[in-house]
Write a protein that binds this ligand. Structure first.
Ligand SMILES: Nc1ncnc2c1ncn2[C@@H]1O[C@H](COP(=O)(O)OP(=O)(O)OP(=O)(O)O)[C@@H](O)[C@H]1O
Ligand SMILES: [Zn+2]
Length: 443
């Protein structure tokens, strides 16, 4: 194949004229297979204008000169469509690298809008895009980088009812979401349409990456036939994440998509890449082969169509906080009631059940910190007894970030202190900030 990168501008123009002339012979023909002198696909894609052709060569020159890549692979990217589900921490880097690499079409899906707390890691969103749809925000960034990319935005959640219609247009799908129900949904839909699924995940200091449904590789259900109990699932909003970690995994999702589309290298299928940011270690674990017993892709499948994934997982297809209500009303007080108790100087013990690092962010007064993990495992009664004596409290009030863990804490503490009134604060510190003190930090 001609190496265009080594040609001078004049030589390139001459070459173009020659090829434009050759192309003109095919005008009006639908079948171009009889081409005796096949045009380099890169040229073929850019016949409309010489300028576009020259720009394309120049833009991608550094990857065009890779012997394993070259114009033929560039052309594959230039006619490929990738769907990115989730325009957050993983989706942002994935989208921008794919756009930079010259993908023809990017599908951008996200039902959510940009928030300030997204900006530390969802790197295509900016301060001025707060409140804007994440899918549009990513589209803007992509277009700024490479105006030639066609962006199709979807601002609804993907669900069983719309997913097939959406993904059928794409060559490969990237799972950049953050909840289990959507992972099963994407897995099943991609399997039914035989579309490879590049799956990424990032939490705290760890990231994971693998490809499902590629060639004879396993699907998500081969590895995880049963969804985890909802209470065992932690998301970034609860567990935290260092911003760079999804940046690395999302970038690698883009890389794997390029490799799969172009058929280069060894894609990360049948193996799970695990990245530990704290030790700077990448481990590659071989995962099980495609399972004969898999309910989806095994030899006797029982799942032959999309199902209700929220019911299957017992959890919603979003990581938005869900408020649980496990206490009787007489064990709950409102922020307003707590505020009145503070004003009246009532004798109560405020127990903040958040992890201690979160008290470093903000706290209400001078609470006793007993994290919910301790309360539910190795709980030492002494600490609370001492504090009750010190404050001469007749009531123990548990508080947390949003009013879920505080209820669990009340359940345990009631058993330890049956003669004491134990209650929690509805909505926790988030409600306190909304209803009582607008200057109180929300995180
Ligand atoms: N079923 C779905 N359809 C469309 N988008 C989805 C679906 N499930 C998850 N997402 C999107 O995937 C993205 C995941 O990214 P990420 O976890 O980084 O963001 P986040 O949910 O905004 O983060 P945080 O937990 O800090 O609020 C989110 O923007 C979320 O809206
Ligand atoms: Zn399977």
């Amino acid at each position: 194949m001609t190496d265009y990168t080594k040609m001078t501008k004049e030589e390139l123009i001459k070459e173009l004229e020659k090829r434009d002339h050759a192309l003109s012979r095919y005008e009006g023909k639908t079948n171009i297979e009889e081409d005796p002198d096949p045009l380099p696909s890169l040229q073929f894609k850019n016949t409309k204008s010489n300028l576009a052709y020259l720009e394309t060569i120049k833009r991608f020159s550094r990857q065009l000169i890779l012997p394993e890549f070259g114009p033929s692979k560039q052309d594959i990217l230039g006619s490929s469509a990738v769907l990115i589900v989730g325009c957050g921490g993983l989706g942002c880097p994935a989208a921008i690298y794919l756009a930079a690499a010259g993908i023809s079409t990017l599908g951008l899906v996200d039902y959510d809008d940009v928030e300030l707390s997204n900006l530390h890691r969802q790197i295509l969103h900016t301060e001025s895009s707060i409140g804007m749809s994440k899918a549009f925000s990513v589209k803007n960034a992509v277009k700024n980088l490479n105006s030639k990319v066609t962006c199709l935005t979807h601002t609804d959640s993907v669900t069983s009812s719309n997913i097939m219609e959406i993904i059928k247009k794409y060559d490969i799908v990237l799972d950049c979401t953050d909840n289990v129900a959507t992972r099963y949904l994407l897995n099943d839909a991609c399997f039914f349409l035989r579309i490879p699924l590049v799956s990424g995940a990032a939490l705290r200091f760890e990231g994971q990456l693998t490809i499902y449904g590629l060639d004879n590789g396993p699907c998500y259900r081969c590895l995880y036939p049963v969804p985890p109990a909802p209470e065992n699932v932690t998301n970034c909003s609860e567990g935290g994440v260092l911003g760079v970690v999804p940046g690395i995994i999302g970038t690698m999702q883009a890389l794997e998509a390029i490799k799969v589309l172009c058929g280069i290298g060894e894609p990360c299928s049948g193996q799970m890449l695990i990245f530990d940011a704290l030790t700077t270690k990448f481990r590659n674990i071989k995962v099980r082969n495609r399972s004969q017993n898999c309910q989806l892709c095994g030899s006797n499948p029982t799942i032959n169509e999309l199902i209700d994934y929220e019911a299957f997982c017992g959890a919603r297809a979003t990581d938005k906080d869900q408020n649980v209500s496990i206490l009787e009303a007489n064990h709950r007080i409102t922020c307003r009631q707590l505020s009145d108790m503070i004003k009246r100087n009532d004798h109560f013990l405020l127990v903040d059940v958040r992890p201690s690092v979160e008290l470093e962010i903000c706290r209400l007064g001078d609470p006793l910190n007993v994290p919910i993990r301790q309360i539910e495992s190795k709980f030492s009664k002494e600490k609370v007894i001492n504090a009750i004596h010190e404050t001469q409290a007749d009531t123990i009030i548990c508080i947390c970030r949003r009013g879920n863990d505080s209820q669990r804490a009340v359940n345990v503490l009631q058993e330890y202190f049956p003669n004491q009134r134990v209650c929690d604060v509805i909505g926790g510190l988030t409600s306190w900030a909304a209803q009582i003190d607008k200057t109180f930090p929300v995180y």
